[in-house]
Design a protein around this ligand. Structure first.
Ligand code: T1G
Length: 694
C-alpha cells in the first residue's frame, strides 16, 4: 500500500481507505495504492470490500496536475478493471463531490452507497476532455442512454437523491461516516448472498436511431463550438454498438486526442489560475468578520448585501433616508427571491436571513460596531472621501473600511481617514450577487491582515478573488479601456461596428464591444469622455462617432437604438443604416479592416496592456489577469484568458503587430517592454507564472 491508500479488516469486510488530501485526486500514488489494495483483497478471505475516502470528499477525479505530462502507470482504466474483476463484492461508499475519475472508480465497484448531500458528476467536458476511464461505456449501462448523454456532455453535477433515481447509486445513507455506511451496505450484500455485479456486464442500452440526429444536434448547440461534448456523444453512441473492450478503446482514443487539444490546455490553465489567484498573497491572520455594513443601496450595494447575506454574514445597509433604505431592502429581497428560484437558497433560509441577518438604517451611526464596511456610493472622489472621513470617525478601531470603487485612486480615499492601514478596495462586478469576480485592491498603506481578511471574505462569499495594485481601472477595467480603444480605432479606420462585433464574437466572446455598449448605455461612455476631455492628450483619437450617436439621441437599447436598432422585429438589435450614416459622417473615408485584422488589433491591445499591468506589479502573475478577464469580461474560457492565449498564439507575432501599428499611431501602440523582452527572447508569460509560484 502507499500512504495514500490503507487496507484494514472490519470483521468479514475489507476496508480500503483513500487518504490523499485535499480531494483524494487519483494521483499515481493513489492509483498504485488501489492496485496494491485490490491485490491484497484478492489474496484475503474477506467476504466483501468497501472502498471509501478520508477527508472531505470521495475521489474528486484524476489528478489534474498530471495532465499534459507523460502518463504514469498504473493507468486508471486498469485500476478500475481490477476493482470490477474482484471475485467478491466491492462497495463504493461516497461522500462530498464524487467527480470524474472518482465516479468512474465508483462505477467499477459492484454497489454504490452515498451519504445524503453527496454530489456526483462527470465534469470532464468542462476541462476539454471526456470521461477517459470507462465512464462513457459504463454509465449508459447503468442509467440508460439519455441520462448518460446528458450527464457526460453537460458535465453537470447531480444530487445523491437524483443519482438514486437514475440507478447510479443503490442507497442514500444518513450519518456522516461514509466508511461506516459502506460497511453496513456490504454486510447487507453478504447477508443476502449477493455476488459481484460488474456494471460492464450489463447489456448496452438500445439506441433509438431515428432520434439520434436531434439528440446530437442538441449536444452540438449546447457545446457552442467546443469539441469535447460532441466527441463524448459520438464515443457513447459508438461504443454502445461495440463489444465492451472495443468501446473502451474508442473512449481511450478520443481521450488521448482531447488531452492533446488546445482547449484542454486552456481549460486546465483556467482551473489552476483562478485557484492560484484566490490564494491570499500574505499569511497574516485574517481579522474576524461576522457583521458588515454596506453604504449605498443602489444596484451594487444591493448585490453586495445579497451576496454577503447568502454567505451567512450579518448585514446593515445604510441609505440616505428611510424611503431609500426601504427601496434597497425591497431590491435585496427580490434578489434573494431569484436565488430561491435558482435553487441556490431555500425559501425558509431566505425568510430567516432577511429577518435575522439583515437590517437597514438611514445614517452611518448604525455602523459603529461592525467589523467591516463596504462603501458603494456614487463614483466621485469627493463623495467617497467624505463618506470615509465619517466612517473613520464612527466605526470602531480595527474595523476595515472597503470601497467598491471601480477605478478611483484608493490611496486618495485612504488619506481621508486616520486609519489608511484599514482601507482596502473590494471591486465587485455587477450584478454582485451573481458575478463571482472580486478584485481586491491593495493600497500603499493597507495592512497585511486587512488583505488576508479580504481574501477570506471573498472565499466565504464564493467569489474568485484577484489581488490588484492601485491604478486607473485596476486590472480588468484598465484592460477593457485598452481593447475598447483598439475597437474604436478600427471603426475610425473604416470598419463598421457590426464587423467589429462579428469579429469579436467569432473569437468566442458572447458579445462584441458595440453590443455591450448598447446594452450598458452609450451615455455612460459619453459622460466619461467629457470628464476626461480637459486632460486629453492631443495625440489621442477619440471616438467622435460615439459622441454623435449620443447627440442624436441614440443611447443604445434603452432608447431603441444605438449602434443597432432595437424593436419588435429585432429585440436583440439589428444593424441600422441611420447609425452607419452618423458614423460615416464623423470619420474620414478609410478602406476598412477584415475580421482577422480587427481581432489582431483587439487582442494585441488587450495583451499589451496585460503585460504593462504585470510589469508594474499591478497584477502578481499572468494567470491572475486571465482569471479577471475570464470571470469579469466574458473572455472565452476555452481559450484560457488573454495571457494564456497570447502564449499559444505567439508573443513574437503580437509584438510584431504592435510594432507595425505603432508606425501609424505611436501614441496608442506603445509596446510593453516586458512583452518586447519575452517576444525577442522566445519567452512566454507562463514562465513568469512558474517563477512566481515556484
Ligand atoms: N486534481 C488535482 N487537484 C485538485 C483537483 C483535481 N482533480 N480538484 C481540486 N484540486 C485541488 C485544487 O487545485 C485546490 O488546490 C484544492 O484541491 C481544493 O480545490 C479520468 C480525466 C472538488 C468541487 O474536474 O471541481 O477525472 O489551491 O479550491 O472549492 O475521466 O476542486 O488548495 O492547492 O476547488 O471545495 C475531474 C475538479 C478531473 C474536479 C472542490 N474532476 N475539482 O472544490 O476546493 S478529470 C474535476 C473541483 C478526470 C477522468 C478524468 C473542485 C471540488 P489548492 P478547490 P472546492
Amino acid at each position: 500500500m502507499t500512504d495514500a491508500v490503507s487496507y484494514a479488516r472490519n470483521g468479514e469486510i475489507a476496508v480500503i481507505t483513500v487518504d490523499s488530501p485535499p480531494v483524494n485526486a487519483l494521483s499515481a500514488a493513489v492509483r498504485q495504492g488501489l492496485v496494491t489494495a485490490m491485490e491484497r483483497f484478492a489474496a484475503d478471505d474477506a467476504q466483501a470490500a468497501v472502498l471509501c475516502c478520508a477527508g472531505r470528499t470521495f475521489i474528486a477525479g484524476a489528478d489534474i496536475s498530471e495532465f499534459g505530462k507523460p502518463p504514469q502507470p498504473p493507468l486508471l482504466p486498469e485500476v478500475i478493471g481490477l476493482i470490477e474483476a474482484a471475485s467478491r463484492p466491492v462497495i463504493a461508499a461516497l461522500h462530498g463531490t464524487v467527480l470524474g475519475g472518482g465516479l468512474e472508480v465508483a462505477l467499477g465497484a459492484h454497489g454504490r452507497v452515498a451519504l445524503a448531500g453527496t454530489r456526483l458528476g462527470l465534469p470532464e467536458v468542462t476541462l476539454g476532455l471526456l470521461p477517459g476511464a470507462g465512464g462513457t461505456q459504463r454509465l449508459p449501462r447503468l442509467t440508460g442512454l439519455e441520462s448518460a448523454v446528458d450527464l457526460i456532455t453537460s458535465g453537470r453535477q447531480i444530487s445523491a437523491e437524483d443519482a438514486l433515481g437514475l440507478g447510479l447509486i443503490d442507497t442514500v445513507a444518513e450519518g456522516g461516516d461514509p466508511c461506516a455506511a459502506g460497511i453496513a451496505e456490504a454486510r447487507h450484500w453478504i447477508a443476502e448472498g449477493r455476488g459481484p455485479r460488474p456494471v460492464s456486464a450489463l447489456p448496452a442500452p438500445a439506441i433509438d436511431v431515428p432520434a439520434l440526429p436531434a439528440l446530437r444536434a442538441k449536444v452540438e448547440k449546447a457545446a457552442k463550438g467546443q469539441p469535447a461534448p460532441l466527441r463524448a456523444f459520438d464515443t457513447i453512441i459508438g461504443g454502445m454498438a461495440l463489444p465492451l473492450a472495443e468501446g473502451m478503446a474508442l473512449e481511450r482514443a478520443a481521450f488521448v486526442d482531447l488531452m492533446a487539444s488546445p482547449e484542454r490546455a486552456a481549460l486546465i490553465h483556467a482551473f489552476f489560475a483562478e485557484r492560484a489567484a484566490a490564494r491570499p498573497p500574505t499569511d497574516a491572520k485574517p481579522r474576524p468578520v461576522a457583521r458588515i455594513g454596506v453604504v449605498g443601496g443602489g444596484t451594487m450595494g444591493q448585490g453586495i448585501a445579497a451576496s454577503a447575506l447568502s454567505a451567512g454574514l450579518d448585514v446593515t445597509l445604510i441609505e440616505r433616508d428611510p424611503a431609500a433604505a426601504d427601496r434597497a431592502a425591497k431590491g435585496i429581497a427580490a434578489m434573494q427571491d431569484g436565488a430561491v428560484k435558482r435553487g441556490k437558497l431555500t425559501a425558509a433560509a431566505r425568510e430567516r436571513m432577511l429577518a435575522e441577518q439583515f437590517r437597514t438604517a438611514a445614517g452611518l451611526d448604525a455602523l459603529s460596531e461592525v467589523d467591516l464596511v463596504i462603501e458603494a456610493v456614487f463614483e466621485a472622489m469627493d463623495v467617497k472621501r467624505a463618506v470615509f472621513a465619517d466612517l473613520d470617525r464612527i466605526c470602531r478601531p480595527g474595523a476595515i473600511l472597503a470601497t467598491n470603487t471601480s477605478y478611483l485612486d484608493l490611496n486618495a480615499i485612504a488619506a481621508a481617514t486616520s486609519r489608511p492601514q484599514d482601507v482596502i478596495g473590494l471591486h465587485f462586478f455587477s450584478p454582485a450577487n451573481v458575478m463571482r469576480l472580486l478584485e481586491i485592491v491593495v493600497a500603499d498603506a493597507t495592512a497585511e491582515d486587512v488583505t488576508s481578511t479580504a481574501f477570506a471574505l471573498a472565499k466565504r462569499m464564493g467569489k474568485i478573488a484577484v489581488r490588484s495594485g492601485v491604478c486607473d481601472g485596476f486590472i480588468g477595467n484598465r484592460m477593457l479601456s485598452a481593447y475598447r480603444t483598439a475597437a474604436d480605432h478600427a471603426v475610425l479606420d473604416g470598419a463598421s461596428p457590426y464587423d467589429v462585433d462579428r469579429a469579436i464574437t467569432g473569437f468566442g466572446f458572447a458579445m462584441g464591444p458595440y453590443q455591450v455598449g448598447d446594452l450598458a448605455g452609450l451615455d455612460i461612455g459619453y459622460a466619461n469622455r467629457r470628464r476626461l476631455d480637459a486632460s486629453r492628450d492631443p495625440r489621442e483619437r477619440p471616438p467622435i462617432f460615439a459622441d454623435r450617436l449620443v447627440e442624436a439621441g441614440r443611447l443604445g437599447r434603452k432608447s431603441g437604438g444605438g449602434y443597432y436598432r432595437y424593436d419588435a422585429e429585432a429585440p436583440n438589435g439589428r444593424p441600422d443604416p441611420e447609425a452607419e450614416a452618423i458614423i460615416d459622417a464623423s470619420r474620414p473615408p478609410k478602406p476598412g479592416l477584415d475580421a482577422d485584422q480587427i481581432r489582431a488589433r483587439y487582442m494585441a491591445a488587450m495583451v499589451n496592456e496585460g503585460a504593462k499591468i504585470l510589469d508594474e506589479g499591478i497584477a502578481a502573475r499572468p494567470g491572475d489577469i486571465d482569471a479577471v478577464l475570464l470571470h469579469g469580461y466574458g473572455f472565452p474560457r476555452h481559450k484560457g484568458g488573454p495571457m494564456h492565449w497570447a502564449d499559444a498564439y505567439g508573443l513574437e507575432r503580437i509584438a510584431q503587430d504592435i510594432r507595425s501599428y505603432a508606425q501609424d499611431d505611436p501614441y496608442f501602440w506603445q509596446l510593453s517592454p516586458l512583452l518586447a523582452r519575452l517576444a525577442d527572447s522566445g519567452g512566454r508569460f507562463a514562465d513568469l507564472d512558474r517563477k512566481d509560484t515556484a
